[in-house]
Every structure is written in structure tokens, then in C-alpha cells.
Ligand binder design. Structure first.
Ligand code: DC
Length: 225
């Protein structure tokens, strides 16, 4: 079997992880794994069952009943819940907030660990999330911590939401981002933090194309590709 490589990209919401990881994966012919989408799908299921994020026992009981599948179409990851493609629905801001809360629960993280690791066993992957370099793939060949200032990240997310026809104000988006950063960085289990051996890439001053170029340089250098 050919050697498989793993690239872990972690960082706060809105740092550009998914756009950049998707593009880099296409360039390198690796599978892009969006782990946030997996947490979002669990959060979506929790909301669909009218369970609140603090009803941990109900969430525990729901987990083994969930039929969760990942599939790739033209390099794009799709999430299936009970056979339904929920990839678009899980992007709503309400689901973002729910995912940030539900992902702090240890049983949810434990439940999703193998799902994430299994993809990396048989494929060369670029996997992005919050704890990929620290917990999910601690032996990843390359680890990158992608960041940008909260203001820059909120502005990017604000423009994205506007394009989708949403009316959220910049202040609301910024506030939501600050709250999510806090929750993701301060939870007890697998908090967002830079792994000791991760390369820091701050994209505050870079355009998307410049950021992707910088990312590819780091990956190619480390993997000697
Ligand atoms: O990357 P994202 O915004 O789609 O992720 C949604 C939420 O899921 C995020 O607020 C934190 C959580 N998450 C996580 O805890 N661990 C990951 N590896 C990926 C996402």
C-alpha cells in the first residue's frame, strides 16, 4: 500500500480553514475532511429532536441511534443523517452555535473520534478542526495552526452571510465569533489550542490566494513533495 500522509489544520472559526484546506487538498490530490461538519451534523440532529444542549443525558442516549455518514462528491464532503443529505442545512448560524455547545460534551467527542481517525488510516488527508493536531491525529505529518484576528474573521464571515442573503449585522457576527472562540478555547475536553509542533500561519494580512500559497509551501516542504 502507498504511504498515506496526514495534514492537520486547526484554528478558530472563520480563519479560512475549510476553504484553504479544500483547495490545498485538491491541489495535492488528498481527501479533505471537514470535522466541523461532523459536529454540526450531530448538533443538527440534537436540535431536530428538540433536545437542548444542556440535556446531556438525552444527547448521550441519542448518539448510538444516529446514522451518520460522510461521502465525497467531486472532492466535496457531504454529510448524511439518516440517509438525508444535510450538508447545506448544517451551515445555518443557529447550527454553528449549537455545534459549539454540543462539541464540548465528552461523549460527543468520544463518539466521533474513530469516524475521524478511520478516514486518515486509508487516505492521505487534510483534516481541519479544533483538536486535529492535538487529539485526533497527534502523529500527523504536518500540523498547521491557522489564525487571523477576530475582526478580520468576522468581516469575512459577515460578507459570506450577506452573499447568502442573510441580514446579520457585522456586530452580531463579531459577537457570535468571540463567544464561539471563548467556548472552543476554554472547554475542558480537547480545547482549541496550537499543538507544540504546529506551524502558525496568520492570514490577517493575506488574501485568500496568498494564504493558500503559504499553506501549500508549508505542506510541500514538510512532506518533501
Ligand atoms: O469548523 P466549524 O465552525 O464548522 O465547527 C463547528 C463547531 O464544531 C465549532 O464551534 C467547534 C466544533 N468543532 C470541534 O469542537 N472540534 C473539531 N475538530 C471541529 C469542530
Amino acid at each position: 500500500m502507498n504511504k498515506v500522509y496526514s495534514v492537520a489544520i486547526d484554528g478558530p472559526a472563520g480563519a479560512g480553514k475549510s476553504t484553504m484546506a479544500r483547495r490545498a487538498a485538491a491541489e495535492l490530490n488528498f481527501v479533505y475532511v471537514d470535522t466541523g461538519a461532523i459536529y454540526r451534523t450531530v448538533a443538527y440532529a440534537v436540535a431536530e429532536h428538540s433536545i437542548r444542549p444542556d440535556e446531556t443525558e438525552k444527547i448521550d442516549a441519542l448518539l448510538p441511534k444516529l446514522d451518520l455518514k460522510l461521502a465525497w462528491k467531486d472532492g466535496v464532503q457531504h454529510m448524511y443523517l439518516d440517509g438525508r443529505d444535510v450538508s447545506t442545512k448544517i451551515r445555518l448560524p443557529e447550527v454553528s452555535a449549537m455545534a459549539s455547545k454540543v462539541s464540548a460534551l465528552p461523549p460527543v467527542r468520544a463518539f466521533l473520534l474513530d469516524t475521524q481517525r478511520n478516514v486518515a488510516k486509508t487516505n492521505s488527508v487534510i483534516m481541519d478542526g479544533r483538536d486535529i493536531g492535538t487529539v485526533v491525529l497527534p502523529d500527523a505529518d504536518v500540523k498547521i495552526y491557522l489564525s487571523a484576528s477576530a475582526q478580520v474573521r468576522a468581516k469575512r464571515r459577515f460578507l459570506e452571510l450577506q452573499e447568502q442573503g442573510r441580514r446579520d449585522t457585522y456586530e452580531e457576527v463579531l459577537q457570535d465569533m468571540i463567544e464561539r472562540d471563548y467556548r472552543d478555547m476554554h472547554r475542558e475536553i480537547a480545547p482549541l489550542k496550537q499543538a507544540e509542533d504546529a506551524v502558525l500561519l496568520d492570514t490577517s494580512e493575506l488574501s485568500l490566494e496568498e494564504s493558500i500559497e503559504a499553506l501549500l509551501i508549508i505542506i510541500r516542504e514538510r512532506l518533501a513533495l
